[in-house]
Design a protein around this ligand. Sequence first.
Ligand code: IPM
Ligand code: MG
Length: 366
Amino acid sequence: MNVLTLAGDGIGPEIMIQAVNVLQAASNKFELGVMLEEGDLGGAAIDRTGLPLPDDTLAKARAADAVLLGAVGGPKWDTIERSIRPERGLLKIRSELGLFANLRVAKLYPQLVNASSIKPEIIQGLDLLIVRELTGGIYFGEPRGIRTLDNGEQQGYNTMVYKTSEIERIGKVAFDLARVRAKASGKAAKVCSVDKANVLEVTELWKQTMIQLQESDYTDVGLSHMYADNACMQLIKNPKQFDVMVTGNLFGDILSDEAAMLTGSIGMLPSASLDEHGKGLYEPCHGSAPDIAGQDKANPLATILSVAMMLRYTFQHEESAAAIEQAVSEVLDDGLRTGDIMDTDSSGLTLVGCQQMGEAVLAKLG
Ligand code: IPM
Ligand code: MG
């Protein structure tokens, strides 16, 4: 199995070191034969080549079985021409590799119940999956740009578009995963599709397509619909009403950050972005956090948990994935906390840096 690592910018390199150590340890322990290769993306790539996704990185990514990504972006590249900013590199690699299905699991580790800003009884036992469409919608729709109107005023514009086929394929991923999760939990399978069908035609088609898909192929899975604004509210009010949420690129971006905070910190949230064949790019949901970069303060757990997702979805090796998740849980049991997941009451807890957190997970993995 060949894995390409793209550490990226900001805290990317430091969290990547810890995640790679964990991946290598898991590979040795479970004899997975993981071969690692490095590449650059985002600001790091701009500095070397002038482009956020150089051709050699894309070629390596295509050749690899899976890609592990840190984070991209930072103030240094915020003022360069928009079309070659670091974030465009991330969007391009998602699109070029056809990674249309972004899975973001917001699962509360019981040890972190007091690290969240939400009351414990609201989030206890929380385990929800956001399935975000990742290669379409307003992120990629044309036309887009900033133009000058006849009166000299500037106007920014983007286009939100979804074809039936795009909606169907992400819908299938959500319904299929709802079935898998229901089997594991013993609860009924259910999907909540998030749209803004009261205003946007594009999401009216989204909603209709989800209804038709459920009626034709997934009558065993419950389907509900919610407007995106209400979904934001319900996620805070009663997040446990959800199991699988499926939505477009923009709403998924927003809802997944919100869901992350239910779990205490976005530093805990891993993600998988999959193509039609299960090939994937795995990355933490958080960004490059330039304010704490290079200070050994970052939480490496989201990236380490992204490694677990890689083993589960691309390598289909549940045992090693579960072992990593178990190791993370045990480290939290031991009271180790990076700053972002520290309780207000820190008694019995130990504040650790990125490296120490990574090494502790490694030690548990054995
Ligand atoms: C995410 C990020 C990206 C996105 C940015 C960095 C382009 O916020 O992965 O959620 O908007 O998709
Ligand atoms: Mg985001």
